[in-house]
Design a protein around this ligand. Structure first.
Ligand code: HEC
Ligand code: HEC
Length: 291
């Protein structure tokens, strides 16, 4: 380098070191991603539910769940749970919604529950180790990529807490006590969620579409899901003149169709999804705003 070219002041040794380190890190990440892509594309990674996780994977996932739940539930305060009517009500919900995967004292999980990976743990253990607020949070929000559903869209707030009240008793329940409680609670109903419990906002609406499985058959603008074309793609909806072939495309007709497709079109392949009227309206408004 000719002597009259001065090195700019920022090119000195420590900076070079940093540049080297950053380049190294980027190269490592790219190399890792390339490796992962090769494994994925070669088909060597097994997606079968019969292959077990490495022990370390399981431990890491468990720890991740724990820390995430602890942070998310930090400002939840449990109501008084130790009241007979609460855990009896909770037993009704548990029997209806949870025992099929998690089992119950003296009751095995159903076949679907037994074949899951990760397996749904026995909640007597979780209830012994976790505070009520954590149990509530997981029950309400579900666990992504595990098969644990979010119950906030299926159970009322009161039912969620009743279920937690039942869970806190689970560790000490004998088989006979559970059988008795279960028989008694069979006459009780587990209250389902009210549409009004979910406030309307664009983000919430996307959750609503997902929670009624709309995205299992439709590609919906703004909603991430499988590439499914079983039903028509619900995109650029405001340009549509007609709905389901014959109805003028407006909010009222859309709500009618979402609530009961066969009432509008007897041969419609779209099933009735027990959509709460407030949610059908929320979805209709969202669709009609799509340019
Ligand atoms: C379709 C199966 C399924 C149903 C139904 C189900 N769960 Fe789960 N649940 C899972 C799976 C899978 C996990 C994740 C693995 C695990 O941590 O147990 C899980 C995790 C949990 C956990 C965290 C436990 C822990 O120690 O990690 C709680 C609490 C829980 N479920 C409560 C419930 C309640 C209450 C209900 C009923 C309202 C319910 N689950 C219904 C499958 C299910
Ligand atoms: C099991 C698959 C399936 C699910 C789940 C489903 N749909 Fe559909 N949907 C269809 C099919 C198929 C059609 C085509 C029309 C028909 O058969 O009547 C359709 C039609 C529609 C239409 C009219 C489209 C048009 O071109 O006129 C709308 C709007 C719609 N669905 C919204 C929804 C919403 C909202 C949900 C969730 C609550 C949902 N769908 C869930 C299968 C499904």
């Amino acid at each position: 380098m000719p002597s009259w070219i001065h090195k700019p002041s920022w090119v000195h040794k420590p900076t070079r070191k940093i540049v080297l380190l950053v380049t190294g890190a980027i190269a490592l990440v790219l190399f890792g991603a390339l490796g992962a892509a090769v494994v994925l594309l070669s088909g060597a990674y097994s997606t079968a539910a019969t292959t077990q996780h490495f022990k370390i994977t399981h431990r890491l996932l468990d720890a991740g769940l724990r820390y995430s739940v602890r942070a998310s539930a930090s400002d939840i305060q449990a109501p008084i749970l130790d009241e007979p009517h609460k855990y009896e009500q909770g037993a009704a919900c548990y029997r209806l919604h949870c025992a099929q995967c998690h089992g119950a004292p003296g009751i095995a999980p159903d076949e679907e529950g037994r074949g899951m990976l990760p397996i749904a743990s026995n909640l007597a253990q979780s209830a012994r180790e976790w505070p009520a607020e954590w149990l509530y949070y997981v029950t309400k929000k579900g666990v992504r990529m595990s098969g644990m559903p979010a119950w906030e869209f299926r159970m009322s707030e009161e039912s969620l807490w009743s279920t937690v009240a039942f869970l806190t008793r689970l560790p000490s329940l004998t088989r006979a006590e559970y059988a008795q409680l279960s028989q008694y609670s069979a006459q009780l109903e587990c209250e389902s969620a009210e549409g009004a419990e979910m406030q309307a906002s664009e983000d919430r609406t996307k959750i609503v579409f997902r929670q009624y499985a709309c995205h299992s058959c439709h590609r919906i603008e703004g909603v991430v899901g499988p590439k499914s074309y079983v039903g028509p793609a619900l995109v650029e909806w405001s340009h549509r003149k007609y709905l389901a072939g014959t109805l003028p495309n407006n909010e009222e007709n859309l709500v009618r169709f979402i609530l009961d497709p066969q009432a509008v079109r007897p041969h419609s392949l779209m099933p009735k999804l027990e959509v709460a009227p407030a949610h059908a309206r929320q979805m209709a408004r969202y669709l009609l705003e799509l340019e």
